[in-house]
Design a binder for this molecule. Structure first.
Ligand code: TYM
Length: 347
């Protein structure tokens, strides 16, 4: 099995990123049948929406430190910045020549990204409006995955359509130029759909998806302080009624909080705590009691993460060494695929 996954460095990583993606990266990197695992900070994807060049480098490094603090182990996985492995971009250009625009402009994420440009608050946001990169974004994502001949991709639910497209692109390449890429599968996870705390019908996100939206209270960043976490959970939208019961349709707010509780409380004890067990524990108790306890579960879970974050941030020489070694190895592996692809195309 070969794995690739990545996260855009657009600010703070949040619990959705952790539960939908990183938690599974850590689980997978430890499995014996993993031949290669590569985790990337996809900084070329990050520049398709407005960003500040003065802080971008720091944002990328913050994401790298987040990965390490969460448990990405450089002995088992490669940790890279996408822009430092140029083969991703070369393959993306090749893929863009066999990807019809009609496969791209119908994706929900295309509209979502355009909204993000408008709601970014960046004073030069207009300059990013309708840029070609937002449209071709999934061709680069396909290249990220296929450049390592990956076949398993741990991602949240919102990225599944991009994975279908990756498979379409891979199949088309094989048809045109000869068998090269295997089908890719998403790694399924319980945390693949963590919802916004403010509007549990939408996904938890660091960027508001509507032009009038405010993201702040809707997500818990991995580096939020205990008081901020308590405050955000206290303010989280709950549902009418008072029963603590998992019912995504009728009780989306409580169901989301139950999912977070079950996944994090389980991780603290190193075991799985089912949603049913959490429901039983809080049978007859109030929303307030449940939320107070959930806040402590989140705080307890994030404490060791935040400590490790500070340790890595205080030793940038070690972080740089990890990146240099990983990126060198990643370029070698990626070049093997790229050479094969170019040779098959007569390039
Ligand atoms: P991004 O940066 O939006 O999100 C990174 C990862 O976090 C997951 N995620 C969530 N999971 C559950 N609940 C949520 N609320 C939630 N929000 C985010 C995402 O599904 C994703 O797994 N295009 C990608 C980045 C990318 C990539 C790749 C991923 C570029 N190349 C190759 C995998 C493989 C993106 O924008 O993810």
């Amino acid at each position: 099995m070969r794995i690739f996954s990545g996260i855009r460095p657009s600010g703070k990583l949040h619990l959705g990123n952790y539960l939908g993606a990183i938690k599974n990266w850590i689980e997978l990197q430890n499995k014996p049948d993993i031949e290669l695992a590569v985790f990337g900070v996809v900084d070329y994807h990050g520049i398709t929406t407005p960003f500040d060049p003065k802080t971008y480098h720091q944002q990328v490094m913050d994401a790298v430190i987040d990965y390490l603090a969460a448990g990405v182990d450089p002995k088992k996985a490669l940790l890279i910045r996408q822009s430092k492995v140029p083969q991703h971009m070369e393959l993306a250009w090749i893929f863009s020549t066999i990807t019809p625009v009609g496969w791209l402009d119908r994706l929900p994420t295309y509209k979502e990204k355009q909204n993000q440009v408008e709601s970014s608050g960046n004073e030069k946001a207009d300059s990013w409006k309708n840029n070609l990169g937002i449209l071709s974004y999934p061709a680069l994502m396909a290249a990220d995955i296929l450049i390592y001949k990956s076949n398993l991709v741990p991602i949240g639910d919102d990225q599944k359509a991009h994975l279908d497209l990756t498979n379409e692109i891979g199949k088309k390449f094989n048809y045109l130029f000869g068998e090269t890429f295997e089908p890719v599968k998403a790694f399924k996870s319980e945390g693949e759909r963590i919802k916004s705390l403010q509007d549990p019908t939408k996904k938890m996100s660091k960027t508001p998806s509507t032009s009038s939206g405010q993201a702040g209270d809707s997500y818990i960043a991995l580096m939020d302080s205990p008081d901020i976490i308590r405050d955000k959970i206290k303010k989280a939208t709950t549902d009418s009624g008072k029963e603590i019961k998992f019912d995504e349709k009728e009780k989306p707010g409580i169901s989301n909080l139950l999912t977070i509780y079950s996944l994090l409380a389980g991780s603290i004890k190193g075991q799985i705590l089912s949603i049913k067990e959490v429901e039983d524990k809080y049978g007859g108790k109030s929303y307030i009691e449940f939320k107070n306890d959930l806040a402590e579960v989140v705080v307890d879970f994030l404490k060791p993460f935040q400590e490790r974050y500070k340790e890595f941030a205080g030793d940038m020489a070690q972080v740089d060494k990890i990146l240099t070694e990983s990126e060198e190895r990643a370029r070698q592996i990626a070049q093997e695929t790229l050479s094969d692809v170019k040779q098959k195309m007569g390039l």
